[in-house]
Design a protein around this ligand. Structure first.
Ligand SMILES: [Zn+2]
Length: 500
């Protein structure tokens, strides 16, 4: 293989010395302007799960308040070598996708029914991206803050399943020999908790994996083995709770730390593809929890920093950063005369000390407004007026009914209440149909511009890796009915334990 001047410079570190301008990029810093037709040797696909445009915008504002600089995502967008796009993420059966249909659209090139992983409604399993890349000799990595078997990582490396079939997804990763798996979800590997009682950890070890359970083990993980790093029983903690708990901070790595270690291992490989997911942005938005969502978005941006730094040393790396769908579409509302209250209200986000699940644990079903006021004041800095605390209490007891039906849960009402303090409003507690933003840097980035379909991502990655393959596709269910038969097939599928 010929080594180009650029690659030589990248390998020798000379390029890095001349152009690295992190922690944040100087304007015009040249990592890798995309050159049409170049093939990347490495692909990194970064997903902030459930990131509405308002989340990305507000996280930039919060980043300025906390770190005196904006998000690297937006800095990259200002650079000449970056391509940006809008992407339609709809699924086979709905304008609003779930995470598994979204990731599967990237992972198979086919739109499928929400709640399923790489399978058509008629039961045909689709070949996932990581199987094809593995056959072509590429190393593959999944790094996430959710359970490693969760929908977004699964869409790249599992097939023919319901998204809830985490036990089976854990087995499929092993069967496909995915080289790096880092995230949460110990439960699905533990023989005491798995339905089939299989000692999957022993099977992973027998297959040559180093199995890690804490940040220290990840730091010293042997480079010559495959890695299974699962650091919590379920998802990794929200960043806002993680940084406040020294014990958790020592035991559980951040997304940036996992990404850095994965790249240190992959750096010596000829070809690799890695998915990095900031998965808890989505969970926080389901909860209408602005502080948790924005801090996780910033933590995701720190993982982008790690990848940009890698890409500056290895310019033959394609970085694609995007989201799989909007979620609850938070936005900083204009309030006060000339909207003059908006900025000071937004600055109150800094005062919030914990995630909503932690606050709700303390609130329980409390009915006394004074107790509710004290807990919320302590956790968020908000002096809730007594009448608002009284109006909130029935929702804690699940007796309240919001005028918009889907907003009656205690957690959503806590988000509404905090809107008075933070200035941030929400559309619901669920995913939205918005077209999503995407930014790409490096060889092949020119394919990602303008307006694209979610399924295009699969075809672009395959073309860039010179893999010739196409999965079957079927017409959109919404456009053709859905017919009674379609519904029956889909229902039968949802009710099945697993289709392997
Ligand atoms: Zn999602």
């Amino acid at each position: 293989m010929t080594i180009t001047r650029r690659r030589f410079l990248g390998r020798s570190g000379l390029l890095a010395a001349s152009s690295v301008a992190l922690p944040h990029l100087a304007r015009g810093a040249d990592a890798t302007p995309a050159r049409d037709g170049q093939q990347p040797r490495h692909i990194i696909h970064l997903v902030a799960d459930g990131m509405s445009v308002g989340t990305l915008t507000c996280a930039d504002h919060l980043s300025h308040l906390l770190r005196q600089r904006g998000l690297t995502w937006w800095e990259l967008c200002r650079r000449p070598g970056t391509h940006t796009a809008w992407m339609n993420m709809r699924s086979l059966n709905s304008l609003v996708t779930d995470s598994s249909a979204a990731s599967s659209s990237w992972g198979s090139g086919s739109r499928i029914v929400n709640g399923t992983v790489n399978i058509l409604p008629d039961g045909r399993a689709l070949k996932p991206l990581y199987e094809l890349f593995g056959q072509a000799g590429w190393k593959r990595a999944l790094v996430t803050t959710t359970e490693i078997t969760h929908a977004t990582p699964a869409g790249f490396a599992a097939s023919g399943l319901k998204r809830e079939a985490a036990d089976f997804i854990a087995v499929q990763y092993l069967e496909r020999g995915i080289e790096i798996l880092l995230g949460g979800g110990q439960t699905f590997f533990d023989p005491a908790k798995r339905k089939d009682k299989r000692d999957l950890l022993a099977d992973y070890r027998a297959a040559g994996y180093a199995v890690m359970n804490d940040a220290a083990a990840l730091k010293s993980a042997p480079a010559d083995k495959r890695w299974l790093g699962i650091f919590t029983p379920s998802h990794l903690p929200y960043t806002i709770d993680h940084v406040a708990d020294p014990k958790a901070l020592a035991a559980v790595p951040t997304l940036a730390a996992m990404t850095r270690r994965a790249l240190e291992k992959l750096e010596r490989e000829e070809h690799f593809i890695m998915q990095v997911e900031g998965g808890r942005v989505d969970h926080a938005c389901h909860n209408n929890d602005a502080a948790a969502a924005l801090r996780d978005q910033i933590a995701f941006d720190e993982a982008i920093d790690v990848c940009v730094e890698f890409q500056q040393r290895h310019p033959d790396t394609l970085l694609v950063m995007t989201t799989d769908h909007g979620n609850a579409n938070p936005g900083l509302n204009g309030t006060g005369a000339n909207y003059g209250n908006s900025s000071p209200l937004f600055a109150n986000v800094k005062q919030v000390k914990s995630s909503f699940p932690e606050i709700l644990k303390q609130l329980g079903k409390k009915e006394n407004p004074a107790e509710i006021q004290a807990i919320i004041r302590d956790a968020t800095g908000y002096d809730v007026p007594a009448e608002k605390a009284a109006a909130f209490a029935p929702f804690l007891a699940k007796k309240g009914r919001a005028l918009y039906d889907i907003m009656s849960s205690p957690v959503i009402q806590l988000g509404q209440l905090l809107g008075n303090q933070l200035g941030i409003g929400w559309t619901s507690g669920s995913h939205t149909a918005d077209y999503v933003p995407l930014a790409a840097v490096g060889p092949g980035a020119e394919r990602f511009q303008g307006f694209i379909q979610n399924t295009d991502v699969f075809h672009h990655y395959l073309a860039l890796a010179k893999i010739d393959f196409r999965n079957p596709e079927v017409p959109l269910l919404a456009e053709c009915g859905p017919s009674a038969e379609d519904v029956e097939v889909a229902e039968a599928y949802w009710n099945a334990e697993a289709v392997v």
